[in-house]
Structures are given as C-alpha cells and as structure tokens.
Design a protein around this ligand. Structure first.
Ligand code: FAD
Length: 388
C-alpha cells in the first residue's frame, strides 16, 4: 500500500521481499474469507487499538474503513458487511484482490525484487541478502512474527535494536491457550467447535465461537480476550476463563427445564435434550467436575452458565494470528518516520499496537502504510536530500 501511494505520487519504488512472492500472509488471511475491516463507527473502531489508539487515530481517520472499501472496489473487488459487522470481499478470497493490486503496481512502474531479505543498515544503505540499496527514503513493512513460513519472522528486531531503536518484545496476539485436558476429552473433542457461547474473564466478555484443540482452546471468542488472558497468564501463571455455554437461556429457565424433564434422563441426556447443550458442552461439564456433574438441577444450570476453564499457557507466537509488541510508538513521528533515521518509515504489524480480530489488523496495517507514504511524499518534497 505504501508502494502504491508513493508510486502514484511520482516516486520510483522498489519492493523487496524475503519470500519468492509478495503478499503471502494476505493470501493466508484469505483462507478465512479475508476480513478486511469493520463497519462500526470510526470512534468505536479506534478504541479497539487500546493504548495505541491515540497514535493510530489520525491514520485511521485519513484512510478509513470506507476508503479501504472504495480502494477494493477500485481494484474490481466489491465488499459486503457480514452479520457481525465485519467487512469481506464478495468473493471471500484474497487472490483476486492481490492479483489486481499487483497489476496496478506494475502499471505504476513499481519494481519487485523477491527472495531478497533485508538484513540491516550499512551506514545509510540498506543491506539485503543479495544486494545493497541506497534509496532516498525507505518504508519498512516487515510484519510481526506469526506464521513465519509465509514471510514475517521478526528477524528485523535485531538490526533495529542494534541501531538503538526501542522494540517491545514480540508476543502472541489473537492466539490460542493451553488447557490440561484429560486424554478422554482431548481424544473425543479436539477439533470440535463450540458454537455461540460467551467467554468472560476479569469483567470482560465476548460472544462467538471457539474450537477445542489438542493443546487447549482457540478461535474468535477467545481471541477477543486474548491480550488480557495472555497478560494474566504471564503475571499469574494461569487465567480462569468462564464459559456461558447457553447464553440465551437464564439460569432460572434452565433449572426449570432440567427439573421438569430430568426424572428419567441421565445428566448428559438432560443437558443435551432439554438444555440444548452440544455434546462438547456436556463433555466440558464433565471435564470441569472430574466426570461428576452435579445432579441438582439448579447447580447444574449454574455450572453450564458459568463453567470455569483453567488456561495454563499461551500458545506459541508462530501460530498466533497476529503479533503484539514491535517498534515503540515513541520511536516514530506522526507519519511513522523513525526519529533516529529520518527518511525511514515503519508501518503495519511491525509497530507496537495490537487489536482483536474483526478486520482491525488489516485496517491499521493499510492505514499506517497510507499515512507513512503520504508523510514520505511530503518529507521528500521538503527535504529532497538528493533531489528525489
Ligand atoms: C491465519 C491468519 C489469518 C488472518 N486473517 C486476518 C483477517 O481476516 N483480517 C485481518 O485484518 N487480519 C488478518 N490477519 C492478520 C493480517 O494478515 C496481518 O495483520 C497483516 O498481514 C500485517 O501486514 P504487514 O504488512 O504488517 O505484515 P505481513 O503481511 O506479514 O507482510 C510482511 C512482509 O515482509 C516480508 N519480510 C519480513 N521480513 C523481511 C526481511 N527481513 N526482508 C525482506 N522481507 C521481509 C514478509 O515476507 C512479508 O511479505 C491474519 C493473520 C493470520 C496469520
């Protein structure tokens, strides 16, 4: 995106990527339908970025979710708002968008040099695995450190820190968590989705789906609370996540239903048949009670509505959806230019911000890229160090 804005502004741009092709993480995100942004009002969206919100707000206001959708439409990729307010391309894939985008960059004269890993600086030059370059300005958009096999591996932390730039430790965001499941539960339910539940911890809650994994739990609802759960596990060694397995039924209603129907049913039959609980939910109740769910209807209903699951670890960064930490926002100016290296801009997941899933990751990535490129155009016109 930075390349597009710079090239459209008359700059000769070369894109370097360590992989053999560009945009691999975008293609990976496309497997989940490519949630490009969110349709909620901008003020609500900005709050999703937590402590980084004040620094990201101007960039989000300058390249808004509507601008992002218009940009997609300009590439022939219409978008739609899903029932959750999330925005997707109509085709629910990244490939057509990326193809159209690369064609546009070709038309703008952007050169692509793939299989070239940036290793650091030699004075003011950029050192790559196969060459060096001495551009008038550069934009670092090297991503975080999740899913390194699609490109971003976080190795850039070393040269940046070596240059005296503060980089907060890279940590998993929108990640799964470890649970010490019994082998019986794991064997039966690993891979099973737990649909439409509410999860809560420390006063925060989220509604959606999660999936039971061999190691623990992952998925949308858990990701919504993942930064808080991660911090709590790092501080206290574990975090208790409370699940409401039947968020649309009150404890009183569920108790009544169970009391009416339970006489001849087993606990699991009663919960499944009368309570409407999925088998995986019944399994979780058994898991939480050492395979001895309460026989009393009220206690059983209360447990189904507030089931504790002990999260004992954070799943590794390389499997996370995104990365927290990165280049400290104090290191860059309003256009994301490094104070220590005028003419070098940093954008996207490399910067120290995090947000839940919901389109917020791509939106902030693209908004910071636009802001940096516009800032770079102004900077180059102001400074024109070598008449660029
Ligand atoms: C499975 C999955 C699904 C996702 N789904 C969504 C979604 O639906 N919606 C959403 O908003 N977000 C989603 N994300 C997150 C989103 O893809 C990222 O936040 C976004 O791609 C970050 O963009 P970026 O440009 O900062 O980094 P990246 O997209 O990671 O791009 C960085 C590029 O830099 C290259 N690179 C890295 N180091 C070097 C180096 N030293 N030298 C040269 N090149 C280098 C990499 O090869 C890569 O091409 C998903 C992520 C994952 C893993």
């Amino acid at each position: 995106m930075a390349a597009e804005v710079l090239a459209a502004g008359g700059i000769q741009v070369t894109v370097y990527d360590r992989m053999r092709s560009v945009g691999r993480k975008l293609l990976l995100a496309g497997r989940g339908g490519l949630n490009l942004t969110h349709s909620e009002p901008l003020e609500a969206m900005v709050r999703r970025y937590g402590s980084a919100a004040p620094r990201l707000a101007p960039a989000l206001a300058a390249f808004t979710p509507d601008d992002l959708r218009a940009w997609c439409a300009g590439l022939g990729q219409d978008t739609f708002v899903g029932s959750s307010g999330r925005v997707f391309p109509t085709q629910l894939r990244a490939t057509p968008l990326l193809r159209a985008w690369l064609r546009r960059l070709d038309t703008l004269g952007v050169e692509r040099r793939v299989g070239e890993e940036w290793l650091g600086w030699d004075g003011t030059s950029l050192r790559f695995s196969g060459s060096t370059a001495d551009p008038d300005l550069s934009v670092l958009a090297l991503g975080g450190a999740s899913w390194p096999r699609v490109g971003s591996n976080g190795a850039w932390v070393v040269p940046l820190r070596g240059d005296g730039i503060t980089v907060s430790p890279l940590r998993a965001a929108n990640c799964g968590f470890d649970v010490a499941w019994t082998s019986v539960f794991r064997d039966r339910f690993a891979g099973t989705p737990l649909k439409n539940i509410t999860v809560s911890c420390g006063g925060a809650s989220a509604r959606g789906d999660t999936t039971i994994t061999t190691a623990g739990m992952e998925g949308g609802a858990v990701y919504m609370l993942s930064s808080m759960l991660r911090d709590r596990i790092e501080d206290e060694g574990h975090a208790v996540l409370t699940l409401d397995l039947l968020p649309d039924v009150s404890v009183t209603d569920l108790t009544r239903r169970l009391e009416r129907g339970r006489a001849k049913d087993s606990v699991s039959t009663a919960l499944g048949r009368i309570g409407g609980l999925q088998p995986v939910g019944v399994g979780l109740l058994r898991e939480a009670t050492g395979n001895a769910p309460p026989s009393d209807a009220c206690r059983l209903a209360r447990l189904a509505k507030a089931l504790p699951v002990d999260l004992v670890g954070v799943q590794p960064l390389d499997r996370a959806i995104s990365t927290a930490g990165g280049v400290a926002l104090g290191e860059v100016d309003g256009s994301f230019m490094l104070h220590r290296r005028p003419g070098t801009f940093v954008v996207g997941e490399m910067l120290d911000w995090e947000a839940p899933t919901g389109g917020y990751l791509l939106q902030a990535t693209l908004s910071t890229a636009v802001a940096a490129a516009r800032g770079a155009l102004e900077w180059v016109r102001r400074e024109a160090p070598r008449g660029a």
